[in-house]
Design a protein around this ligand. Structure first.
Ligand SMILES: [Zn+2]
Length: 282
């Protein structure tokens, strides 16, 4: 069973957990720390013969076009993570459309490649921002990976499907949605597919959970970020205890865990998996 491996490519200071302390207009003043963890990831993927999907922030693609070219050049898929890491449900429809188009243009200018996949900042396609799916379709996006089927103060559509599915929109337009992986725990869905949850839970639990998803006939959708592989990211003050915990927990264990994950499971890109779901009834 092939699972789906993805990375959201953003700098350590662009993360929602730090938003209370670092504003968008201050980003330019922080030094990039992308290269070292990105090299680690690309080398490890190459060693394991794995290709992944990289959702790149447009702001970064504009400033680091070489990184976009390097990722695609090493056989991976490039998709968009929006331009400014703004939460979709805090934007007007036209604002989001502009943000999305700007990100697609930045990636296109970096390496001339097409973009057909999208992941929202902080999984911010929720009940109140479902209209974003139409904006994605209007802009040539074929698949999305932004709907988290959990209850969380910042994101989630708790009763949405837990495995890849087709969303039918106005005019019979179809989009494939790849939800982030969860396992059922009583009545709740427990996130197990990456990010802070990958760092928080012991590795054996992640492995058990992914095996459970595969045993039910579904691929796991795993998401990680380069900054999660950088033990030296600065400790930012003024973000609150919960955000501090989410951002820094077990960051020193991520590298060894990713090595084990790549040894224990097979992966492909989201674009490769797309074909298996595009024809499903909605
Ligand atoms: Zn992000």
């Amino acid at each position: 069973m092939k699972n789906i491996l993805t990375f959201d490519v953003e700098e350590w200071f662009q993360v929602a957990n730090l938003k209370a302390a670092i504003r968008f207009d201050e980003w330019e003043s922080f030094p990039s720390r992308l290269d070292e963890p990105l090299s680690f990831i690309l080398d490890l993927l190459e060693k394991n013969g794995v290709c992944a999907t990289f959702f790149i922030l447009g702001w970064l693609a504009e400033r680091r076009p070489g990184a976009v070219r390097m990722i695609r050049g090493r056989g991976h898929e490039i998709a968009t993570h929006g331009y400014s890491h703004s939460l979709i449900y805090e934007q007007e429809k036209e604002e989001f459309a502009m943000d999305l188009r700007r990100s697609i243009e930045a990636i296109g200018e970096a390496d001339g490649g097409d973009v057909v996949g999208h992941r929202a900042a902080c999984f911010s396609i929720t009940d109140e921002s479902r209209w974003a799916l139409d904006v994605l379709l209007d802009n040539g996006i074929l698949y999305d990976s932004s709907v988290f089927p959990i209850r969380h103060h910042r994101y989630g559509i708790v009763d949405s499907p837990r495995h890849p599915y087709v969303i039918l929109r106005k005019g019979s337009r179809r989009l494939v949605e790849f939800p982030l992986s969860t396992v059922k725990l009583g009545p709740a869905n427990l996130p197990v597919g990456g990010g802070g949850y990958f760092r928080l839970f012991p590795y054996f639990f992640t492995r058990l959970s992914l095996r459970r998803i595969n045993a039910a006939g579904h691929p796991a959708v795993v998401y990680l970020h380069p900054w999660e592989f950088d033990e030296g990211i600065p400790r930012v003050r003024g973000i609150g205890a919960i955000n501090r915990f989410r951002h820094y927990v077990n960051i020193g264990r991520s590298r060894a865990r990713l090595c084990r994950l790549l040894g224990d499971f097979e992966f492909e890109t989201m674009g490769e998996a797309l074909g298996r779901y595009a024809d499903l009834p909605s």
